[in-house]
Design a protein around this ligand. Sequence first.
Ligand code: FUC
Length: 819
Amino acid sequence: MRKFFYLLFLAITITSYAQTPRVQKLWYDKPSGKTWENALPVGNGRLGAMVYGNVVNEAIQLNEHTLWSGGPNRNDNPDALAALPEIRKLIFDGKQKEAEKLANKAIITKKSHGQMFQPLGDLRLTFPGHDNFTNYYRELDIERAVAKTTYQVDGVNYTREVLASFPDRVIVIRLTADKPGKLTFDASYASLHKIKTIKTTASKDLTIAGTTQDHEGVKGMVRFKGIARIKTEGGTVTANDTLLVVKGANAATIYVSIATNFKNYNDVSGDENALAASYLEKASSKSFAAILNPHIAAYQKYFKRVKFDLGSTDQGKLPTDERLKNFRNVNDPELVTLYYQYGRYLLISSSQPGGQPANLQGIWNNKMMPPWDSKYTININAQMNYWPAERTNLSELHEPFLKMVEELSETGKETAKTMYGARGWMAHHNTDIWRATGAIDGAFWGMWIAGGGWTSQHLWQHYLYHGDKAYLAKIYPILKGAATFYADFLIEHPKYKWLVVNPGSSPENAPAAHEGSSLDAGTTMDNQIAFDVFSSTIRAAEILKKDAAFTDSLKQMRKRLPPMHVGQHGQLQEWLDDVDDPNDHHRHVSHLYGLFPSDQISAYRTPELFSAARTTLLHRGDVSTGWSMGWKVNWWARLQDGNHAFTLIKSQLSPLGTSKEGGGTYNNLFDAHPPFQIDGNFGCTSGITEMLMQSADGSVHLLPALPDVWQAGNIGGLLAQGGFEVVNMEWKEGKLTKVEVKSKLGGNLRLRTPNALKSADNKAVKIASGQNANAFYQNEAVANAVISPKANAAAPDLKQTFLYDIPTQAGKTYVFAGQ
Ligand code: FUC
């Protein structure tokens, strides 16, 4: 009897564990089946894997970050230079459509439109006789970066764990049965590559080797090698031709190593065989336990920096896909914190120093011809991937993107010169692993010159967060090169006399007045990016005390950029002329670049532009593609409207297909453009941060956009510019109760808060006055807006805030209590 109660107790404990896992897990009570977007992602920045958790036919879909079609190549169109004056004239004459036609011929590449990120294939594991399973459960533990599947067959409990080890550079799969000798399965590779060999070796390794394909006239030059090795406890391993067979084991560990010959965008002379073998030899000499703990430690070094709690409800007891279905209608703040931390998990897993930046799908792609080639769209998407990097305390993971910008500044020099006769460097709206900088797809999309300008601002932002002058000196030539390109490319507008980008564009949108062409001169986004490129270069030069004559000339040019315009509908004009349609719901709202990620548009410094930006966003509407909604969360946060931002989060956290205009989330919480595109995950993670803390516009603004549903909570570990870390921040009933800020660089900490603060020892905090003296919080004044006489300009309706100045010393932490 006693034994019965003990077993009953155990059963209850196990069931309740299975049904109420710790918060930071995605979990399900069903296998993925054939649906890739049900599978769970693991990755270490170099390798990615999607774990299906299927019982009889398990598939672990494999990616390696450098496995791309093609090889080193350039795609400039040398006809551009001769056609440039004619294209410019057509645009200045209001013949945008004709200009677009000419640009299609003379500017768009005749070569590669970008190469494809491709999968290696699947590691398939087959478990004969496991058809009748019970107690099925699978999870992705984002606190440990381990995927797990458990089930029972004939009274035996089977467990599979999968991880992509950070320190050991391999994917490891651990299989156990809780009764001896019960583990029997076989392992094989499946791959869609045409040039490949799959075989087992004399030492019983399962190997796949091949070469990626030619694409759009570029020869496939990436050779890849994958090796899987199985070590068992008990039982036997035999090797058939293309199959490893495990029989009667107690447990097995599979080590998967993958490498390519890719060294950098210009060099494919690596030895994939030696690399794959060396990672494998090192890793396979270790037990699973010896790999697991260092893996978790390496992952948690990043992950644990931010803790976030908005409270919980009973929804936490449901599988993740059920919660996703309910989210629109049921309060589930824990799904928000899970989704938030999942964004951080995805960045840690897809972007590691020394590796490739997270692409359109991070590092997870199972298609030979993925949507948009799974490459880098730099008119928004790749930048969005990195919005959480600094804010959510993952600065080191910004490195692959920053490195890509550095490489673009090398390849983009020739593009600037041969296509536009300009010095400096530039990139159009896309790039790939070969760092191609030519114009692709068609002039409607590709005739956009600001890819270099915008991406270069990430280098400056990285400096603003950390204040490392040696770093600034290192990247200064890249900023200067971006500015030099603009200095050469800008041209005087014959009517307005402003200096404008021509041909310019407002990405992928087109007003009816331009006959459906996206090309124009002096579009708002082009002006805003030029303004930022000049301003950051001038400030960097001043900090580094160099290039005074050059910065003087940039200052003169900056003054001549077109100001922002408020149009007849009260909107922020997207184009130089007032031709916006208030019923336009296009996903790109590029002219709000000035509101976020830039902070040229401010509630306090430019209230009329702030109101106009709000009107524009209301015109554009909410529901759109995933990334567009992700951007909108950031914008509504900057507009200090937490409830509206939350409406967007609800649309984003809806199962795919719920909103007819698109967008939504897959069962594995991947964002849906649709199809899967990871930028929406990262954009939303950034946006949630912006709702809680903003460091822009001259201050560290706490709780700028708290929605009514998050009245109590706490978050710790967010980074602000100027080396501040909001170590902890707690709030109740929408008011701050406790704030702890660590200053790493010293300097004035200007805090903006929704309620009054006092110091921890009950002393008054100094009220702010004048300009923030902190060098990292300087804003260059934008020109006064040109406002249409028809515009009904309402002043922004802002909540009251409190503004404090706290002198800080490097290394000290400052604690405040809410009043
Ligand atoms: C841009 C967007 C599309 C898509 C693609 C990858 O072209 O307009 O919506 O996100 O990038």
